[in-house]
Ligand binder design. Structure first.
Ligand code: S3P
Length: 432
């Protein structure tokens, strides 16, 4: 089992770039595979999760060449996927498994989809339910709620579906199924979630409409042509360094080329409200393209905050673990509400962060939908397990920078699911 030992630092300093955005990387393969022609993807995230997506599409006959972080995808059109030889393996990747369920449901062949022991515990009903309403035939354990699933692809029909939970994965699965379904598929979001799928539809000239919280797509979609994709740095990865820069005294960091799509920047808004010195220098990007910025961070005295607005939760859903670390260093009581979705991520992040930060000396209480965190508390190094969750592992590594004594984080191999090179970037900016 891999472990990571992090020692306290005097400050963090430097200019870094984080790897490509995970959500956009997954979608670039999916869309490039369904397009007609050659899609080149630049700054693709070469991480275990995205490699799972790549392998799945390769096994369905798509030619994908990888050179460094550049991919060349030889798409042969919407109806070109071939039945794979064996079972499709999504590894640790919830995004891969959930979104491709939509795509697989519309194929004229049967597939079997599984994943690692962590993914096999995560709920799939949220996708399987609405897909079944579209005519998908999906079966598996716990009434098709758990992997491994059997997907008997076939004809789909459109539905109008109001998402019971704000989930970009479910939205994207339904939109991909909608490409193959007869009629107009309408997805209604309770609150906006990351819109990378919709932006890619626009980029690939797939017509859809968005009015208020309704997204409508007419199917079956017409063939669409390949195009090139530039993947920005992942704000979810940048968040670890942003918090590190804020809570470590005498620090100054620049994180370059980060994607700052407004559906993803909740963490910046909240940290700024807490008094975090964060500045953005926006790059010039074309209309409809993913916005990119260099992010400047300086150490700051943070003040506690209440996060209880439903709309903010999906905009920072993956950043809550590292946000909890920031809250331990904020003066006052930070309360997080309405973030119960954290329980069904790669681990139950509410309980995991509460247990690990408590062990490090923080005053943190888990609640049904978040935490109550009393700051500002000194942290102490100790031995903790990440529970196999990449974002827990990296969040604890950030806390360890300001702890007294070394922290040993156990079970850290999954860091590579989203952030290969995390450890060496952390070493690069850590000054003793
Ligand atoms: C993702 C959506 C989010 C997020 C996940 C990636 C995506 O999940 O937590 O890491 O790429 O669509 P939900 O949409 O289920 O909240």
């Amino acid at each position: 089992m891999k472990k990571l030992v992090v020692r306290p630092v005097a400050r963090v300093q430097g200019a870094i770039e984080v790897p490509g955005d995970k959500s956009i990387s997954h979608r670039s393969i999916m869309m490039g595979s369904l397009a007609y022609g050659t899609t080149k993807v630049k700054n693709f995230l070469i991480s275990a999760d995205c490699i799972s997506t790549m392998k799945i599409f390769k096994s369905m006959g798509v030619g994908i060449l990888q050179k460094g972080t550049e991919l060349t995808i030889a798409g042969k059109g919407l109806n070109s996927l071939k039945p794979p030889k064996g079972r499709l393996d999504a590894g640790n990747s919830g995004t891969t498994s959930r979104i491709i369920l939509g795509l697989l449901s519309g194929q004229p062949f049967t597939t079997f989809l599984s994943g690692d022991k962590y993914l096999r515990r995560r709920p799939m009903k949220r996708v399987v339910g609405p897909l079944s309403l579209m005519g998908a035939r999906i079966s598996g354990p716990d009434n098709a709620n758990l992997l491994p699933l059997k997907i008997e692809g076939g004809k789909l029909h459109s539905i109008t579906y109001r998402l019971p939970v704000a989930s970009a994965q479910v939205k994207s699965a339904l939109l991909l199924a909608g490409l193959f379904a007869e009629g107009t598929t309408t997805v209604i979001e309770p609150t906006p979630t990351r819109d990378h799928t919709e932006r890619m539809f626009s980029a690939f000239h797939i017509p859809y409409t968005k009015s208020g919280s309704n997204i409508c797509l007419s199917g079956p979609a017409k063939p669409f042509k390949a195009r090139n994709i530039q993947v920005p740095g992942d704000i979810s990865s940048a968040a670890f360094f942003i918090v590190a820069g804020l809570i470590t005294p005498n620090s100054k960091l620049i994180i370059k080329n980060v994607g700052v799509n407004p559906t993803r920047t909740g963490i910046l808004d909240v940290l700024k409200k807490m008094g975090g010195k964060i500045k953005l220098k926006l790059h010039k990007t074309g209309k409809g393209e993913e916005p990119i910025a260099d992010i400047y961070v300086e150490s700051s005295q943070l003040k506690a905050i209440e996060v209880d607005d439903e709309a903010i939760v999906p905009r920072m859903i993956d950043e809550f673990p590292v946000f909890a670390v920031a809250a331990t260093q904020a003066q006052g009581t930070t309360v997080v509400k309405k973030a119960g979705e954290m329980k069904v991520k790669e681990s139950d992040r509410i309980l995991m962060m509460a247990a690990t930060l408590k062990k490090m000396g923080a005053n943190i209480q888990p609640t049904e939908e978040g935490w109550i965190i009393q700051g500002q508390t000194p942290l102490k190094g100790c031995t903790v397990s990440s529970g196999g969750d990449h974002r827990i592992a990296m969040s604890i590594a950030v806390a360890a920078l300001i702890a007294q004594g070394p922290t040993t984080i156990l079970d850290t191999e999954n860091i590579t699911t989203s952030f290969p090179g995390f450890e060496s970037l952390l070493k690069k900016v850590a000054k003793r």
